[in-house]
Design a protein around this ligand. Structure first.
Ligand SMILES: Cc1ncc(COP(=O)(O)O)c(C=O)c1O
Length: 414
C-alpha cells in the first residue's frame, strides 16, 4: 500500500488502525491456485482464525475459497457470509462432543482429531462422514509454539494409531471421507511438506472412501526485504504431480485441499500507530506508540518480527529505536531497530499485520480494540468501528451489593 494513502487513512480514521489491502489477498490467492493448476480438484479453505472480519471472509469466498474453522463461533460467523456449509471445514482441538454435534447439524464438514470423540461421534452418527486429523510426527514450524505436528503435540491422531481409527470405523459403521494434517506455521522447507504428504498418502490408501486430502497450511511469507519464503511454485509442481499419481493409484479423482491463513492475509495487513512519546534513556531511545500487545501480541508472544517504517518521515536519517507500547507491562514491538528519525506524533506502520494480529487483540488495560479498514479497488471502507466505553461495559453486570457491616470491634476502634 502507498505510504501516503496509509497516512491519509490514519488521519481519517484515527490511530491505532488496521488496514487490509484486498489486492494483495487476491494476488496471493491466485498465486496458490496457479501453483496447483494441474490438479483437477483443488480447494483452498481460508483459515478464519488468521483474520476473521466478515468482509474479509466474504472477499475470499467471492474469490472461490472455502473456510477453515476451529470453533462453532467461527462456523456461525462464516455462515453469515452466505457460504454453502459444505464449503466449511471444522477442525477443532479438544472440544466437547456436544459442540461437534451442533456443528454437524449445520451441515459443515467435520474433522476429528482424537480417538475418543471419533468413537463417540461414530456410535451416535454413523451416517455423517468425517475427516480425521493425523499427526504425522514431523517437527515443522517457525518456533515451538507454532509447531504442531510433532510427536509430543496435542494435535491430531498419531500415525501409529491408524489401526485404532480403522477399528472404530468397523465397530461403528462410520465413514472416513477425508485425511488431514497441519504440522505448523512458518514452514520454509518444501521437503518438510513433501515428506509429511507421503505419510498422508500412505494413511489415505488405508481408507476406501476418501474424497479429499487436506494438507493444512504453514507456508512461510517474507517478513522483511530479502527474507526467504516457502517456494509455493516449486511445491505446487512437485506436490501436484505426486497428488495426481496418487489419484491414479487410488482410482478416484479426489480433492486436494489446503487451509492457508498467513499466506493469504499476512502481507495484506498494515497496523498504524502514532508515537506518543520519544524517550531518551542512558542506553536506549524508546518510541512509545498509542498501542501495545493488547492490539498486536505476536512480538511478545512468539518473538515475531514485524518490519516497522516511519510513514510520517520516510526519508529521515536512520536511528536506532526500541518501539514499545503504552501497556503497563513490558510490551516491546522491536528492540534497537533502525528506523527513519521519529518525532512525537509520527505514524509508524507495522508490516505483515494481516494474520494473527487483529484476531488476537484484547481489551487489556481497558483499551479499545482498534478500527479496521479494507481497501478494495483503491477505495477505503471502514469494516469495524473503534470500540467505545459502551463496548467495554456491555457485558459487565453492575450489582448493587450492600457494604459489609462493621464488626463490633471495628466500630469501637473506628
Ligand atoms: C488447523 C490449522 N489449519 C490452518 C492454519 C493456518 O496456518 P497458517 O496461518 O500458517 O497458514 C492453522 C494455524 O495455526 C491451523 O491450526
Amino acid at each position: 500500500m502507498e505510504r501516503t494513502q496509509l497516512l491519509e487513512l490514519a488521519n481519517k480514521y484515527g490511530s491505532p488502525l488496521y488496514v487490509y489491502d484486498t489486492d494483495k489477498i487476491e494476488t496471493q490467492y491466485k498465486r496458490l491456485t496457479g501453483a496447483f493448476n494441474s490438479v483437477d480438484n483443488l480447494k483452498l479453505n481460508y483459515a478464519v482464525k488468521a483474520l476473521s472480519n466478515v468482509n474479509i471472509l466474504k472477499f475470499l469466498t467471492n474469490l472461490g475459497a472455502g473456510l477453515d474453522t476451529v470453533s462453532i463461533q467461527e462456523v456461525q460467523l462464516s455462515l453469515t457470509t452466505g457460504i454453502d456449509p459444505k464449503n466449511i471445514i471444522y477442525t477443532p482441538n479438544g472440544v466437547s462432543l456436544q459442540e461437534i454435534e451442533e456443528v454437524a447439524k449445520l451441515g459443515v464438514q467435520i474433522n476429528i482429531d482424537n480417538l475418543s470423540i471419533l468413537e463417540s461421534f461414530g456410535q451416535k452418527h454413523p451416517e455423517i462422514p468425517v475427516c480425521v486429523r493425523i499427526n504425522p510426527h514431523i517437527m515443522a514450524g517457525g518456533n515451538s509454539k507454532i509447531s504442531v505436528g510433532h510427536i509430543d503435540s496435542k494435535f491430531g491422531i498419531s500415525i501409529h494409531q491408524v489401526p485404532h481409527i480403522q477399528r472404530v470405523v468397523e465397530n461403528t459403521g462410520m465413514n472416513i471421507n477425508g485425511i488431514h494434517m497441519h504440522t505448523g506455521s512458518d514452514i520454509l522447507d518444501i521437503d518438510t511438506f513433501l515428506r509429511a504428504s507421503e505419510i498422508l498418502f500412505d494413511v489415505a490408501k488405508q481408507f476406501k472412501n476418501i474424497d479429499f486430502i487436506d494438507f493444512g497450511s504453514g507456508f512461510k511469507v517474507p517478513y522483511k526485504e530479502g527474507d526467504i519464503s516457502t517456494d509455493i511454485e516449486q511445491l505446487g509442481l512437485q506436490l501436484s504431480e505426486r497428488f495426481n499419481d496418487f489419484c491414479t493409484e487410488y482410482g478416484k479423482e479426489i480433492t486436494l485441499m489446503f487451509e492457508p491463513g498467513k499466506f493469504l492475509v499476512s502481507e495484506a495487513g498494515s497496523f498504524l500507530a502514532k508515537v506518543n512519546v520519544v524517550k531518551q534513556t542512558t542506553s536506549t531511545v524508546f518510541a512509545h506508540v498509542d498501542s501495545g500487545f493488547n492490539h498486536l501480541v505476536r512480538p511478545m508472544m512468539y518473538d515475531s518480527y514485524h518490519h516497522i517504517t516511519n510513514i510520517s518521515n520516510p526519508s529521515g536519517k536512520d536511528r536506532y529505536y526500541s518501539v514499545v507500547g503504552y501497556i503497563c507491562e513490558t510490551d516491546t514491538f522491536a528492540s534497537n531497530r533502525r528506523i527513519s528519525e521519529i518525532s512525537e506524533e509520527d505514524v509508524l506502520c507495522f508490516h505483515n499485520a494481516g494474520a494473527y494480529c487483529f484476531s488476537m487483540a484484547s481489551n487489556y488495560n481497558s483499551r479499545y480494540i482498534p478500527a479496521e479498514v479494507m481497501i478494495v479497488d483503491g477505495k477505503d471502507y471502514l469494516i469495524r468501528k473503534r470500540q467505545t466505553m459502551q463496548d467495554i461495559l456491555q457485558n459487565q453486570v453492575v450489582v448493587d451489593f450492600a457494604p459489609k457491616s462493621k464488626t463490633k470491634k471495628e466500630k469501637v476502634t473506628a
